[in-house]
Design a protein around this ligand. Structure first.
Ligand SMILES: NC(=O)C1=CN([C@@H]2O[C@H](COP(=O)(O)OP(=O)(O)OC[C@H]3O[C@@H](n4cnc5c(N)ncnc54)[C@H](OP(=O)(O)O)[C@@H]3O)[C@@H](O)[C@H]2O)C=CC1
Ligand SMILES: Cc1cn([C@H]2C[C@H](O)[C@@H](COP(=O)(O)OP(=O)(O)O[C@H]3O[C@@H](C)C(=O)[C@@H](O)[C@H]3O)O2)c(=O)[nH]c1=O
Ligand SMILES: [Mg+2]
Length: 284
């Protein structure tokens, strides 16, 4: 397959690069997602056998005051990509988020559960999902959560940085979800692209998150335990950590249909964290 990837520097794009050395990666300079037509044109001119979109507006708090731009990048451009792929008859794999849900209750969300984003980032990602489904091609939207890797910005790197100057951190304990390594997501995207090409009836919306579910505070404790840092983690409620964007308290995702359709299981995030810490050279 000649795979075309939108994104070049992000967490998932970086992992796709090591997995797919022969794929083409489009940076922002080569395809700006604030320009949906440019994205469609890039696909039409490269004529790939599959497209993976790993680029997005991921600054959750900033999106609250910049929703129009986030909507172009997360909504209109992925929809335009899906349409261009449908016209070429090639698979399109896109990554979405747990933040499309309101996070009520304690039951894991299934792909068919009602969406109700609490903030601008989630609203714009939902627009992307809906535009992609409307395009009607051999698409897969893979919703994931709490992405971490050795590259880019993520919670693991933030915690390690803060632990250098702090003996104790306060971290929210009432938001529960599945931390997911960017490498596991990249692997899943490639598997799904291949299977969609052979079997386009598998098109649809899927969930993929690391197991077991944990709170951000649990995640922080595991990071410090594995990295051998003495920093203590105090559980706090979300109300004690005010942010511009509201985040879902329940980010648990039911990933059953992803296994049923593609044979892909939930990755063990603690094992993947070990690999990332090794890569960062901070493991004990
Ligand atoms: N991060 C997370 O915790 C989660 C992410 N996701 C989803 O997973 C996918 C991958 O996320 P992740 O790898 O973490 O993302 P990152 O934040 O690590 O990277 C985002 C990428 O998008 C690119 N990008 C942003 N704006 C534009 C633009 N206007 N034109 C072209 N490229 C642009 C960035 O390029 P540049 O370097 O030029 O800025 C960067 O390469 C996204 O769809 C995201 O919504 C889902 C759940 C959780
Ligand atoms: C730094 C810090 C954060 N927190 C909280 C804030 C928040 O609720 C949680 C995680 O912080 P972050 O800024 O990493 O969260 P955030 O950027 O919202 O992470 C999200 O990004 C987008 C792109 C997604 O799609 C989601 O799945 C999710 O990964 O931890 C603390 O409680 N204490 C702290 O010291
Ligand atoms: Mg963030």
């Amino acid at each position: 397959m000649s795979i075309l990837v939108f994104g070049s520097t992000g967490q998932v794009a970086t992992e796709l690069k090591s997995l797919l050395p022969d794929a083409q990666f489009l940076s922002r300079a080569e395809a700006d997602l604030s320009n949906p037509e440019a994205c469609a044109t890039a696909i039409a001119s490269h004529k790939p056998s599959a497209v993976i979109n790993a680029a997005a507006y991921t600054a959750v708090d900033k999106a609250e005051s910049d929703e129009d731009m986030a909507a172009l990048i997360n909504g209109a451009s992925p929809a335009a990509m899906a349409k261009a792929c449908a016209e070429l008859g090639i698979p399109f794999v896109h990554v979405s988020t747990d933040y499309v849900f309101d996070g009520q209750g304690e039951t894991p969300f299934t792909p068919s559960d009602m969406t109700a984003p609490l903030g601008a980032y989630g609203r714009t990602k939902l627009k992307g999902e809906q535009g992609i489904a409307l395009a009607g091609g051999a698409y897969a939207v893979l919703r994931t959560s709490w992405v971490f890797s050795a590259h880019g910005n993520n919670f693991v790197k933030t915690m390690l940085r803060l632990s250098e100057t702090r003996d104790k951190l306060t971290v929210v304990a009432d938001q529960i979800g599945g931390p997911t390594s960017a490498r596991a997501i990249a692997n899943a995207c490639v598997t799904i692209a291949g299977q969609l090409q052979a079997d386009p009836v598998k098109a649809g919306l899927y969930h993929f998150s690391g197991a077991p579910d944990a709170s951000w505070a649990d995640f922080a404790r595991e990071i410090f335990a594995q990295a051998g840092r003495g920093t203590a983690v105090e559980d706090i409620p979300t109300t004690a950590f005010p942010t511009p964007a509201k985040r879902p308290p329940n980010s648990r995702m039911d990933c059953t249909t992803t296994f049923d359709a593609f044979g892909i299981t939930r990755p063990d995030w603690k094992a993947d964290l070990t690999d990332v810490l090794k890569e960062l050279e901070v493991s004990v």
